[in-house]
Structures are given as C-alpha cells and as structure tokens.
Design a protein around this ligand. Structure first.
Ligand code: CA2
Length: 148
C-alpha cells in the first residue's frame, strides 16, 4: 500500500509560471502537481496536493495531515517568515516535514532569511527551482521506506 504524502503550498504559489519567471521559472503549480503525482506513483507514494492563500486553511490542513499523512512536503511561501500558527501546527506532527522553497531565500531580502517552519522541519530545500519538489519527494520516499 502507498504511503500518503501531503504536498501543501501557501499564498501566491498558484501564480508561479505566469508571473515573475526570473525568480520562479515557467513551470506552473499544476505542472508541479502532475510531476509530484507521477513521481509518487514510481516511488510508492500517494500525493494529496493542495494550495491556499489562507493561513487558517493551511493550519487546518496541517492538523488533518497529523492523523492522515505519513509525511508533509510544505512550501508555506510568505507565511514561512512570520506564521507562528503554522509552526505550532507543524510542531504537533510526528511525521517527517520537508520544507521547500523554489528560490534561494538566503540570497534574497533579509526578511526571507528567517523561517519559523525550519525550526520544526526535518529538512529544508531552497533554490532548486520547482525541481526541489521532486527532490523532496525522493527524500520523503527514502525516509518512509521502512515504515510501510
Ligand atoms: O521561493 C519560494 O518558494 C517562496 O516560498 C515563494 C514565496 C515567497 O514569499 C517566499 O519568500 C519564498 C512567494 C510565492 C510565489 O509568489 C509569486 C508572486 C507573484 C508572482 C508569482 C509568484
């Protein structure tokens, strides 16, 4: 049986591939979803892929993942840098949490250097473009391989 992985995406990520391609590239979030699902099928991971512009809904999904998911891959977008609510919700999850950022946040504005999510994440990817999601999927499969 496949392990279920929640791939969660925060505000404005529905815009990638259409605006600011010099930072986020030309791949759309729908393309990322398709790639995660195709890779998941190869790796034995079922993928529940979601995006929201609303902090509370992301908190609800993390709470849901706590009982339903074997792992969480999360790009919390701008909430990364200031959402204590999301950090608190993630803290109560015992499954692996992989934080993904498309851009290298450490090369960007100072306010993007702080991540509340990194304080509770198992691992962090930044600056690999949308390929970072595939890298996170592969690492999640590695982390979950003995747990099926
Ligand atoms: O690099 C990342 O993946 C980010 O999480 C993306 C967030 C940003 O706030 C984080 O600091 C780093 C932004 C999401 C996408 O925002 C867009 C806004 C306009 C057009 C296209 C994308």
């Amino acid at each position: 049986m496949s392990s279920l992985v929640y791939v969660l995406n925060g505000p404005n990520l529905n815009m990638i591939g259409t605006r600011e391609p010099e930072i986020y590239g030309y791949t759309t979030l729908k393309d990322v979803e398709n790639e995660c699902k195709a890779l998941g099928a190869e790796l034995g991971l079922a993928v529940d892929f979601r995006q929201s512009n609303h902090e509370g809904l992301l908190v609800d999904w993390v709470q849901e993942a706590r009982t339903k998911a074997a792992g969480i891959i999360f790009n919390p977008a701008a909430y990364t840098h200031y959402s204590i609510a999301i950090m608190d919700a993630l803290k109560s999850c015992s499954c692996p949490i992989l934080e993904v950022h498309i851009s290298n946040v450490h090369q960007r504005e100072e306010f993007r250097h702080l991540s509340y999510v990194s304080k509770v994440a198992t691992g962090v990817m930044a600056g690999f473009g949308t390929h970072g999601y595939s890298l996170a999927m592969r690492h999640m499969a590695f982390l979950l391989k003995d747990k099926k």
